[in-house]
Design a protein around this ligand. Sequence first.
Ligand code: FMN
Length: 203
Amino acid sequence: MENIKLYEPLDDKTIYFKDLINKRYTVRDFKDKAISIEDLSYVLWAAYGFKKDGGRTVPSAGALYPLNIYVACGDLEVKKGEKTQKGLYAYEPYRHELILIKNQDIRVNIAKAALSQMWMAYAPCMIIITCEYSRITFKYRERGIRYAHMEVGNVSQNISLAAFNRGLACGIVGAFNDSDVKSVLGVKETHEPLLLIPVGYKK
Ligand SMILES: Cc1cc2nc3c(=O)[nH]c(=O)nc-3n(C[C@H](O)[C@H](O)[C@H](O)COP(=O)(O)O)c2cc1C
């Protein structure tokens, strides 16, 4: 099993915030090009990483962070021309690492679980956000579910703005069969998939 140490997110250009927002739209057509680890590191950090001050990149009710971030990858480019293992990884924000949990390219199966939106399978990476509601409902009861849904909105917005900032593009998919996605991921029954975000370089 090979885990991937991610890079510190570094900016390589300056962009006005309004220009960044103007760039964002839902992209469903991607180049057949591996994502660089630098670009993926940046996007995952923006999604759920830690800031220099010890806080997180997104708000979370009661600072409980009930979400998990997975990445289903085709090839990732570690260095020019050097590729990593295709598979399913879990993003570990504390160590800013990808933990390999499945040694198999599952993108086509995820696209099938998403009501066969097959365009998704052509994205070099798919970010999958799941929630373990018990990690927030123990404190906020039913209302915790609402809070988790608000949090995933913050995470997905950070992902898309970070992606477009890095010259990547992404889609966003909420139409899928929950139990099919869970079984493709092989996650526990308690991890509810909330959003699928195909990421890649736009054609
Ligand atoms: C919660 C949510 C679920 C969505 N689900 C899908 C989806 O399953 N498939 C898809 O192609 N687009 C999906 N979209 C993308 C919307 O179709 C898209 O955001 C909308 O058409 C506006 O276009 P824009 O994002 O390019 O501005 C979803 C968007 C959101 C916010």
